[in-house]
Design a protein around this ligand. Structure first.
Ligand code: ZN
Length: 408
């Protein structure tokens, strides 16, 4: 699938150094230490049935900071993202609105691309749809079958294929939930603990046999379509290989999604799926998590259409640390716009304080678990300080562009 247009990524003088990020599995900061200097990361993409809201934007801007920090450390970056362009929520929405599911997906992916481009988010090198990944999904299920961890439920109509999660090395280490918590969350987030015929209620669907009226594809497993977790596992393994550096996504993906992907990947390769699991916080509105089901979405496209500067939207997101849960308010955008104006005035000065200490402070902030608020404070201080370096303004603007993705 085509990604979106890449913004310019300026290269700053001096590189090296190391990014540290918070690993959910260990609950501590860990060094990202890419093999052969190639940083490989995967971020779960959208299910394209509703336009990009600020929760999505917050997630993709957070991993965009990670991309920029890794590149600035001197690593080659390989970034893969999926699009879940066939799954229950998409099909349900298409049915409810009387739209063809493929058209709905295409329109929403197109809108997502425009939003990402406007927000100056670096595109993944591999942008892969579930539908186009079906051959790799089937291949992965076939290889998991050889381990004996794949079975069909005893259902004469729909003998769907499942993965025995508890057989995987390390299952449960990511989310660290009790059985009852795991079951409850699994049921709330797309799982089917009640499905009859499963060996364990937590076993996850990998291949759903064709139902009347649903899209399906021919395969050695029978006609059907992929489950959600195996889709990401297959795409990540195909484009990044085993033991890649970071698996990322919103914190609502820790369980079951990332736990299941980690289990499938570890079972298939006998290596860790990812070396670290990084999760961004949830953005709320009026006291509730922003979500499609609650109908309280602030859409990036709508903000843009109402005249908001995409760089102000981006700064509004960067004002909060990526791991915190926070609330978007109308003030978030107003404050961000004021900051953007102040920074633009500061880089338009004929002379300013030297840029080197600012660049060093930005780097330190980002390399310490992508601390964007600390980076913003450093730039605020630079913008307020007097100075007489005639080249500093251009250097500062370039650093803000390269490291924070904000074009002044
Ligand atoms: Zn995923």
């Amino acid at each position: 699938m085509r990604a979106w247009t890449a913004p310019d990524l300026p290269t700053l003088d001096g590189s090296g150094g190391r990014l540290r990020v918070h690993d959910t599995a260990l609950d501590e900061l860990v060094d990202v230490e890419p093999d052969n200097n190639e940083a490989r990361f995967y971020v779960c993409g959208i299910t394209p049935y509703d336009a990009t809201h600020l929760g999505h934007a917050n997630t993709y801007v957070a991993y965009d900071l990670m991309y920029r920090a890794l590149a600035d450390c001197g690593h080659r970056v390989v970034y893969t993202q999926n699009v879940t362009d066939v799954d229950d929520p998409l099909l349900e929405r298409a049915e409810q609105t009387g739209v063809d599911w493929e058209e709905l997906a295409e329109d929403q992916v197109s809108l997502f691309r425009d939003d990402m481009t406007a927000l100056r988010v670096l595109p993944p090198q591999h942008y892969v749809g579930a539908v186009e990944a079906i051959p790799s999904v089937v291949e992965l299920i076939e290889s998991l079958r050889l381990t004996g961890a794949i079975y069909q439920v005893d259902d004469p109509d729909y003998p769907d294929w499942y993965f025995e999660v508890r057989r995987a090395p390390g299952f449960g280490r990511l989310a660290k939930l009790s059985d009852s918590e795991a079951l409850a969350i699994f049921g709330e987030r797309g799982g089917d603990p009640e499905r009859r015929g499963k060996k364990d209620p937590l076993d996850c669907l990998v291949w759903r046999m064709a139902r009347p009226g649903e899209p399906s594809w021919e395969s050695r497993l029978g006609r059907g379509r992929p489950g959600w977790h195996i889709e990401c596992t297959a795409i990540a393994l195909q484009h990044l290989g085993a033991a890649f550096d970071v698996q990322g996504g919103g914190s609502d993906l820790v369980f079951p999604h990332h736990e299941m992907c980690a289990a499938e990947g570890a079972m298939a390769t006998r290596q860790p799926f990812a070396k670290a699991y990084v999760h961004s916080g949830m953005v709320g509105l009026h006291g509730e998590k922003m979500s499609k089901s609650r109908g309280n979405l602030v859409l990036v496209s709508r903000l843009r259409a109402s005249g908001a500067d995409p760089m102000a939207i981006r700064l509004g997101l960067l004002a909060r640390h990526y791991r915190t849960d926070w609330e978007w308010t109308a003030d978030s955008l107003r404050e961000a716009q004021r900051r953007l104006d102040r920074w633009r005035d500061a880089v338009a000065r004929p002379s300013a304080p030297p840029a080197e200490p600012l660049v060093a402070a930005l780097r330190t902030a980002l390399r310490t678990d992508l601390d964007a608020p600390a980076a913003l404070s450093a730039m605020d201080a630079w913008a307020d300080a007097p100075g007489n370096d005639p080249d500093a303004a251009a250097s500062a603007a370039q650093a803000i562009d390269a490291l924070l993705g904000v074009r002044l």
